[in-house]
Design a protein around this ligand. Sequence first.
Ligand SMILES: Nc1ncnc2c1ncn2[C@@H]1O[C@H](COP(=O)(O)OP(=O)(O)OP(=O)(O)O)[C@@H](O)[C@H]1O
Ligand SMILES: [Mg+2]
Length: 480
Amino acid sequence: MTHVALDGTFLAINPKMTELTGYSEEELVGRPVAEITLPSDIAGDRPFFQAAREGRELQVREKRYRCKDGRVVMVRLRSALVRDEQRELSYLVNVVEDLDLLRAQEESHQQAQKMDQLGRMAGGIAHDFNNLLAVIMSYSSGLADDPTLGTEQRADAEEIRATARRGVLLTRQLLAFSRREPLRSRAIDPIACITGLERLLQPLLGDEVVFSWHVAEGTPPCLADQSQLEQVLMNLTINARDAMNGKGTLWLEARSVAVRPDNPHGLEPGVFAAFELRDTGCGIAPEVLSHVFEPFFTTKERGKGTGLGLATVQAIVHRLGGAVEVRSTVGVGTTFTVLLPLAPEDAPRDAEEELPSTPEAVNHGEHLLLVEDDPAVRKLMQVVLARAGYRVTVASNGAEGLFIASQPGVELDGVVTDIEMPLLNGIELITRLESSHPRLRGLLVSAAFGNHQVPAPMPRLGKPFSRTELLDAVAKLFRP
Ligand SMILES: Nc1ncnc2c1ncn2[C@@H]1O[C@H](COP(=O)(O)OP(=O)(O)OP(=O)(O)O)[C@@H](O)[C@H]1O
Ligand SMILES: [Mg+2]
């Protein structure tokens, strides 16, 4: 805000004006406005002061100031005439707005809205797509683990499963970007966060990138969702690695910073926690820099990048109530700064890692003897059962199974065996083991039960079976 006499000299300025132009009140008061006006804009001021002196209505106008440090700022002035007690024209009050800042804020607002819409769309697609992928994964898993199929067919099915899994990772990215995942915000201690993350980052970076970090003394905990913050730092790290072509230095620093009232991000002024990631990579050209946060913007070749990394970073950070800044010099490197709000005193502390509960890991780690003479089928069943949490000991025929079971210290809870085997068939094996191990439960597996005299109460599973059918049948042995 300024007070200006009708002849165009400054009468008073407020601290905001000092902040904008760099001139103190003493330096401006008594001096003509024209002295800090860009010469080409002085002519435009003349009719304005003329109108003021005649007491006419004053228009909102835009003009440029030359600041003390030589910078030019574009401002918008709203002016009002002040009269004295005798109703005589006295002086002008001008409200001065920094137009560059206003534009930056407007742009950032529009960008946020655009991202929000895109996020909704991406989220919708990702959600439906995830369901499709779940179906593809489940059927291909069944085929890949089906012991009755040929090796080649199972390899094909495994390929489908692996591809679908990549699709799942991509939709997860999209979901993170679209902010659909609920936030679990808590107080995060920067040192604990970075030490925890180092384990994940180092392997990403490879041996030829020197990674070091520092947490400035007194950096307070920030308020964030741990896994989302990790994703932010991971995405930035991967970009840095790519920019350095696997060779260089990556520096991560955490500290607190004061955010000014007129920041371009529209953040509430105050102290924020900053994570700054500085690489010695190729840098980003100025014409590219303004696009890097756009979704699907990438300079990487097809298949190498989706262009969602930084869009996700920005979406997450905005959602956490912070902002991301980037500075870069081509050939020197790039610095990304993530600003996050500080955690209030009563914010929940960082809890211990919660273990994800996988539906398969519900058994109690029973010890199974798996007897099957076909090595490929044996391997598959072993993998399925072991992944589900069982301890599995394998044997390739009934006699070997019997031998293993009779070893001292071998405690078996169950036996899963094929029927058709040389020397000692599955039925005989189960019968003999049950008499020596009364608590042991047996499951018979066969493609042709009709060829055998199977005792009625003996649980059985027909081939071919799916992974789920196998797991269900084994689980029923212990929890009927
Ligand atoms: N540290 C960096 N140094 C140089 N360029 C960078 C850096 N980080 C990002 N960029 C540029 O910004 C672009 C967009 O990055 P972003 O992470 O959004 O997508 P991407 O890395 O290309 O693909 P994605 O992350 O989805 O696999 C990159 O293609 C690259 O040109
Ligand atoms: Mg990326």
